[in-house]
Design a protein around this ligand. Structure first.
Ligand SMILES: [Zn+2]
Length: 115
């Protein structure tokens, strides 16, 4: 469980860094998570709450999306797809499979008051 908390802290830090890259000093409105494993939604929300406490991500809405596939093509900017052989249907490159120890990752982030 503490490993998962460490991972969630890294994701919160990544989300904040991503938001501040575009808008300095903003608060995060929504954090989109992509979940690969069976991790329960409630557990993820608790982790996020703990990991974001006292940070600009505190109180942000957490959107949890279940990944349908563990394949990601970095050639196509992180396109996710279903495949038996791991070949990207878009560009034909061999895609990467998300390692089994990665159970969730940052999908994208929305900031408050941004336009
Ligand atoms: Zn591709």
């Amino acid at each position: 469980m503490s490993d998962q908390l460490e991972r969630m802290k890294a994701i919160v830090a990544q989300a904040i860094a991503e938001a501040e890259c575009h808008h300095r000093g903003v608060r995060l409105a929504t954090v989109h998570l992509i979940v690969y494993g069976e991790t329960a939604e409630e557990a993820l929300r608790r982790l996020f709450e703990k990991a974001s406490r006292g940070s600009p991500a505190e109180g942000a809405r957490l959107i949890i999306e279940r990944a349908t596939s563990r394949y990601i093509c970095w050639n196509c900017c992180g396109l996710r797809f279903e495949s038996g052989d791991g070949v990207c249907p878009n560009c034909g490159e061999l895609a990467l499979e998300v390692p089994p120890d990665i159970s969730f990752a940052l999908q994208r982030v929305e900031v408050a008051g941004a336009f």
